[in-house]
Design a protein around this ligand. Structure first.
Ligand SMILES: Nc1ncnc2c1ncn2[C@@H]1O[C@H](COP(=O)(O)OP(=O)(O)OP(=O)(O)O)[C@@H](O)[C@H]1O
Ligand SMILES: [Mg+2]
Length: 314
């Protein structure tokens, strides 16, 4: 039995870090560091929630190349069950090149195999072996995108709880049928700009009002402002754990998701879920990439104590 099944995209992040500023067209900049690490929102979530102590399996699709080996080795080293990841020799594993300068990023993604995952790759008996389904990166997975509502319904029918992080829409069209899909999502996890783009509002309360009839819990990630949680017409702000020395914000949202769902599955109250989620988001900003700060339970607990003065037990 798994606690969490993650269905989603897999790729590597090639991070060029420490830029003095972003390059202009036809200009060059020198980065002070380069790392090739596990990327993709879904994989960072899976890796980090596994580090928090949950049993996690992943369903996704890879090409047969060095990047797919790096991804599988990384997930397995964190204890994620990769036996349901399909490897297709005809495909190439995708990559995101990230230019990172402080809390800001520029990204270019070659999707590769992440375009090819479909609902047919998600065996219902594998879903049934888990207690919770997480799905992320709706707009960049054209193969499964039209069937995400069906996926959520399937999971609910199989007795799982569900969570969804849309992530950004590179086309800026924000074509997501929230009235049809969100009723089957227990925890919706957008960030502030994604939520506003989705509903076409300029203020969060108006956006939340629009979704209220269709949704269950919504946790809106607001960067260094923390998060806003809404449920059954009530909402509250949860204060952040400020990190004055952000290394990068890559994966902060996915680490937040991991913290929130970890506590949600432990039956904690919404303020407890939101507080732990903020702490995990902040911890993510203390190291390069999305998973470096979550190497193991000891490192997570030490960072919580020494950087944020919080005693946590994992
Ligand atoms: N500078 C910071 N200091 C402290 N906490 C932060 C900081 N930046 C982010 N966080 C924490 O991480 C959470 C998620 O960050 P953010 O709002 O950037 O998500 P996101 O935009 O979805 O990120 P991602 O690009 O990883 O998907 C925030 O809600 C907050 O709790
Ligand atoms: Mg995000």
């Amino acid at each position: 039995m798994q606690d969490i099944i993650v269905v989603g995209e897999l790729n590597v992040d090639i991070i060029l870090d420490g830029l003095p500023s972003f390059p202009e067209v036809n200009r060059e900049r020198i980065a002070s560091r380069m790392e090739t690490v596990l990327g993709s929102s879904s994989a960072i979530f899976a890796s980090n929630i596994s580090s928090l102590g949950m049993r996690v399996a992943f369903i996704g699709k890879l090409g047969m190349d060095d990047y797919s080996e790096l991804i599988i080795d990384n997930l397995e080293s964190k204890g994620v069950d990769t036996s349901h990841i399909l490897v297709d020799a005809k495909l190439r594993t995708g990559a995101t090149v990230i230019l990172s300068s402080g809390e800001d990023r520029m990204m270019v993604t070659y999707p590769g195999s992440m375009n090819h995952l479909t609902l047919a790759d998600v065996p219902v008996d594998v879903l049934r072996q888990a207690k919770h389904l997480h799905f992320s990166s709706f707009f960049i997975q054209p193969g499964i995108r039209p069937q995400v509502g069906d996926l959520m319904r399937m999971a609910k029918a199989a007795g799982l709880t569900t969570s969804l992080d849309l992530q950004g829409d590179p086309d800026e069209a924000w074509d997501f049928d929230y009235a049809a899909i969100l009723p089957h999502v227990d925890v919706f996890l957008p960030n502030e700009s994604e939520l506003l783009a989705l509903t076409g509002d300029t203020e969060l309360p108006a956006a939340l009002d629009k979704l209220a009839r269709h949704s269950n819990i919504i946790a809106v990630k607001c960067g260094s402002k923390g998060c806003l949680v809404s449920h059954e017409g009530d909402s509250f702000w949860q204060a952040p754990y400020l990190n004055a020395a952000v290394v990068d914000a890559i994966g902060a949202g996915d680490s937040f998701n991991a913290g929130f769902i970890c506590k949600f599955k432990q039956g904690k109250t919404l303020p407890e879920c939101a507080d732990f989620a903020n702490l995990m988001g902040a911890i993510s900003t203390t190291a390069v990439g999305g998973t470096m700060a979550f190497a193991n339970k000891c490192i997570i607990m030490e960072t919580a104590l020494h950087k944020f003065n919080q005693v946590i037990h994992l």
